[in-house]
Design a protein around this ligand. Sequence first.
Ligand SMILES: *Cc1c(COP(=O)(O)O)cnc(C)c1O
Length: 397
Amino acid sequence: MPGFELFGDQERKEVNDVLESGVLMRYGFDAMRNGHWKAKELEKALESRLQVNHVQLVSSGTAAVSVALAVAGVGAGDEVIMPTFTFVASFEAIIAVGAIPVIVDIDSTLTLDPEAVEAAITSKTKAVMPVHMCGSMANLNALSAICKAHDLILVEDACQAIGATYNGKPLGSIGDVGCFSFDFVKTITCGEGGAVVTNKARYFKNADHYSDHGHDHEGKDRGAETHPFLGYNFRISELHAAVGLAQVRRLDEFLKIQRSHFQILRNALSEIEAVTFRTVPEGGEESCAFLSFFLPDLETTRKVDNAFKEAGIDGCFHYYDNNWHYLRKWEHLVNLKTLYSMSSEIKNGLQYLKDKKFTQSDDLIGRNISCLIKLSWTKDEVEDRAKHMVEIIRRNL
Ligand SMILES: *Cc1c(COP(=O)(O)O)cnc(C)c1O
């Protein structure tokens, strides 16, 4: 997945444009910037690549999720449905706007289970946030139908899935608002960065203002701009945007490499009867950022995971025992360990986590291994790796 593996002259050239003018900020300083508007250019490039009307760049993927919720009016006391398997940013962003994360089971897509979503809807539910983990996707037809029926906002977290499509449309462009991350380990990187994408003009205008202290961006004098509402600073810098601009132009090249490596590994592993693969919803095409598969049980999966590590097969994750991506290890959330006092709505709203069981997710994540597809591998290296992985899995069955 990581675009940083192929960082090179194109990225350096874009960054140098910015260094030569010295205008590191995306707004203002028109006379000094030699006509360089890297953030604006990257937004245009993403609008075209992701087939959306509007893109607002921000400082990170976590900021993107926070801004997406804010622009859709999600706030204090609202409930946002999210999956057990995701990155910690999901609940961080929900809590940041004062809302309550309602965490529900995943299914064999490794993303939100539509039945679990339906069962979790209450009068306080405001949004549903599928997280398209590891390059594939949630069943967006089912989730869109649920959101429509209950008048809920659909927020897609596509941070790990740029380049994947559903019914021919880029992930992130299908819900009311979508989020991307360009941190250092994502398919394309800015170093740090993120994007909020939407077809709704009002959400975009909100995102434009909110991510820059509520500035209305009217006229030519930043100091004279007014603040139609409160905002925050989630701005991206021109230096970061410059890296992303070079990387987005290479996205199709990266995806091609990813898909070809992925296919070699998948073909090899599908020879083993005990190995099954994650479900990809009908109409979906993965970005192939990861190859995710299931083994028969938790014990076998732990054995295979350890054997991979001992053999130096890097980049494979058994998320069941991982601190970042699966609810089982989110002790700091369950016990609400915070630096400052939380609202009673959030404190009370999270009580359910103390004893709620997620047996369906435990079973799936317990048996899942997801392997990162690196761009820097040669074909020979991938073939070697495939052979080696097959041997290790067979030996441990
Ligand atoms: C990386 C990631 C984020 C957060 O992005 P940052 O840019 O690291 O803040 C959010 N959601 C998912 C699914 C991610 O993988």
